[in-house]
Ligand binder design. Sequence first.
Ligand SMILES: Nc1ncnc2c1ncn2[C@@H]1O[C@H](COP(=O)(O)OP(=O)(O)OP(=O)(O)O)[C@@H](O)[C@H]1O
Ligand SMILES: [Mg+2]
Length: 283
Amino acid sequence: MQEEINSQEKKKKELEQREENIKKNMEKIKHKIVVISGKGGVGKTTVAVNLAISLASVGLRVGILDVDITGPNVLKMLGVNPELKPRVDPGENKFYPVIGPLNMKVMSMAFLTQNSDDPVIWRGPMKMGAVRQFLGDAIWGELDYLVCDLPPGTSDETLDILQLIPDENVVVVSTPQEVALMDARKTIKMSQIMKRNVLGIIENMSGFTCPKCGEFIEIFGSGGAEKAVRDFGIILLGRIPFETEIGQQGDRGVPFTIKYPESESSKAFKATINKIRELLEKK
Ligand SMILES: Nc1ncnc2c1ncn2[C@@H]1O[C@H](COP(=O)(O)OP(=O)(O)OP(=O)(O)O)[C@@H](O)[C@H]1O
Ligand SMILES: [Mg+2]
């Protein structure tokens, strides 16, 4: 009985310590951006990776956290080797995120699932509170931006992130399809109920220009993002067209904004980032 009480007290202390670590870590990061959507496959990871890389390419100190615990894609799209391991600080039982392109600090479950022989500190997150460990036990240091790529919908990880970073800025990604917007509206509502700052919505795969005849085709319809903007009092941050190169570059691990800086989608993306920076940095 006494043993059980002691172990519960120990757990409670650990949880309190971790919450404290998260608070201290987050205080050192100026802007936290959470990329969220209702529906899967709408382009969250593409947006998160290109957002992070664009911010880092102008000399800002950037971290990117892959919060998709079961389907982590950030390393693949960033071209970071998942066999690299975050360095452990044994004294403090903490770890350093891996340094990725443009000096970005990168953390993802994909680093931790390569080998079941990895130390306990890596197996731990799989069993309990991975998001809490990523936020609290990683040594992020001073950053201008932390970009978090979330899984679709209102999973545990999404709720954890929304709860644990009170001053975060939510960027909602949706395609123009009604089913995607329906789900996006739910996540906007959830974020607003939790009193989080919803920065705005990015409409991705927003039309396609035929490379052969030049005709612009609204493959997934139009108008839904504007309606969400009106209904929830948020901002339309940008529209990224559908371009085959975006998918190809994602698979190759080279962000399209780096590979094709002059493409329509890169220009649209850069305008979106400028809007986000303006909103956050003028505050
Ligand atoms: N504007 C675009 N044009 C063409 N392809 C795109 C565009 N945006 C994303 N893609 C491609 O669509 C696929 C899904 O994108 P991504 O993985 O970023 O979506 P996601 O919302 O993160 O998905 P999940 O919900 O599974 O995490 C990827 O192959 C990506 O390269
Ligand atoms: Mg994703």
